[in-house]
Design a protein around this ligand. Structure first.
Ligand code: PRP
Ligand code: URA
Length: 208
């Protein structure tokens, strides 16, 4: 079954509160989102594999470290874009794929409109990035696409997960660990997370 890691950090709890607040302006919303993304990448990278390398200081040669594997970041458009730069800053040599998915507001099923993935997914650690895990339809579809492209070491990273979304990823992709900043109570009839933060894409980009 997919493991579930909830980032436990006071700054993240404060920032989730900023995101939830309906009065938060777009620029503050984006900044809080970026800060939480740093905390997520910090948590996720605890499981990265290191290789030893030599480094020459101004005084002598000593042991150092580098990351042993290629990392591929895959933001789910649109809202995932708001988090990906924090990941890139921490993993500057990461490759970046994109998956465009939009939920149909009636059926809640994801409609795909764009896919682009880097090569060599089979030897990479691939991190799917999407702020919201609601029904789990978009997350599950993104992971399925990457598996079809031979990715076999996939992590799902989000800000807010619903119990329903976690159950969906665990059912469809039990091999994929989930990292989130918080697990919320439930979905409403329109598929929105409660208490949630509303529509992450709209709140990030001001498209109400
Ligand atoms: C949001 C969110 C996820 C999806 C989650 O995107 O960013 O991709 O909904 O819902 P699900 O778990 O029920 O699939 P949305 O479809 O609103 O598109 P947007 O990012 O373009 O706003
Ligand atoms: N997508 C969002 O942006 N928010 C939700 O609460 C559910 C899906």
């Amino acid at each position: 079954m997919s493991s579930l890691t909830v980032v436990d950090n006071p700054l993240v709890k404060r920032d989730i509160t900023i995101l939830r607040n309906h009065k938060t302006e777009e620029y503050q919303f984006r900044l809080a989102l970026r800060r939480i993304a740093y905390a997520l990448v910090n948590e996720i990278s605890k499981d990265f594999t290191l290789k030893e390398i030599e480094v020459e200081t101004p005084l002598e040669v000593t042991k150092g470290y580098d990351i042993a594997h290629q990392t591929v970041l895959v933001p789910v458009l649109r809202a995932g874009l708001s988090m990906v730069n924090s990941f890139i800053e921490m993993i500057p040599n990461a490759k970046v794929g994109h998956i465009g998915l939009q939920r149909d507001e009636e059926t809640l099923q994801p409609i795909d409109y764009y896919y682009k993935a880097p090569k060599n997914l089979e030897i990479s650690k691939t991190i799917v990035i999407d702020p919201m895990l609601a029904t789990g339809g978009s997350g599950s579809a993104a992971i399925s696409f990457l598996k079809n492209k031979e990715a076999n070491d996939i992590i799902f990273a989000c800000l807010i997960a619903s119990p329903e979304g976690i159950a969906r990823i665990r059912k469809d992709h039990p091999d994929v660990p989930i990292y989130t900043a918080v697990v919320d109570r439930e979905l409403n009839e329109q598929g929105y997370i409660l208490p949630g933060l509303g529509d992450a894409g709209d709140r990030t980009y001001g498209t109400f």
